[in-house]
Design a protein around this ligand. Sequence first.
Ligand SMILES: Nc1ncnc2c1ncn2[C@@H]1O[C@H](COP(=O)(O)OP(=O)(O)OP(=O)(O)O)[C@@H](O)[C@H]1O
Ligand SMILES: [Mg+2]
Length: 213
Amino acid sequence: MAGRLITFEGGEGCGKTTQIALLSQRLQRAGVTVVTTREPGGSPLAEQLRSLLLHALPSTTETIQPLTELLLMSAARCQHLAYTIQPAHAAGQWVLCDRFHDSTWVYQGHGRGIEPVVIATINRLVLGTLLPDLTLVLDISPEIGLQRARDRDGGNDRFAREELLFHQRIRQGFLDLVEQQPQRCCLIDASQSVDQVAERIWSRVEEMGIGLC
Ligand SMILES: Nc1ncnc2c1ncn2[C@@H]1O[C@H](COP(=O)(O)OP(=O)(O)OP(=O)(O)O)[C@@H](O)[C@H]1O
Ligand SMILES: [Mg+2]
């Protein structure tokens, strides 16, 4: 049985977590063993790093530097890969991951302005030869996505609090990514209803051949 890695990407509040839950249910009904996980996070240590990354430092004078953010995200991914993703993948399970290395490319690259070559090098170092089989990029205007996140829980993490221009760069970064890697990345219009988005995702996932696993 071949394991699969499907990643969900996109800006704040675009619907990643909602759609992962729906796809997971649907795959399980089709007889697939599914592991859902998230980044940053997905292992005990990586979840601790997530708390550090998503919440502002208590100090008013020290901020997380872009390179520190990149290295902590990447450190979390190392743990996540070793303890969650690789074992599940090797066991023939389908891993659905809420954000992955493309978020690093877009947030720390387009968002924070770190040189693409630096991010590409670190991503390669962490991932080795592993790449997602499919990356679903949920696209929505940042205004709507941020409003959804605010309506959900205040939308108050360190990234959600960034200015609108930051979120516009993130959206463009994901759109560029889909254009650059069309075989792996699939653009999904996330402004549609939850059910419509789920149907679009399902039809793309079905193209991968669920019956073959
Ligand atoms: N297609 C949709 N239409 C309207 N509301 C939606 C849609 N999809 C999700 N929502 C709602 O918008 C909010 C954000 O969705 P969700 O938490 O799935 O997004 P997310 O991409 O995981 O956000 P984050 O980037 O903060 O993790 C939730 O309250 C969810 O119920
Ligand atoms: Mg989410």
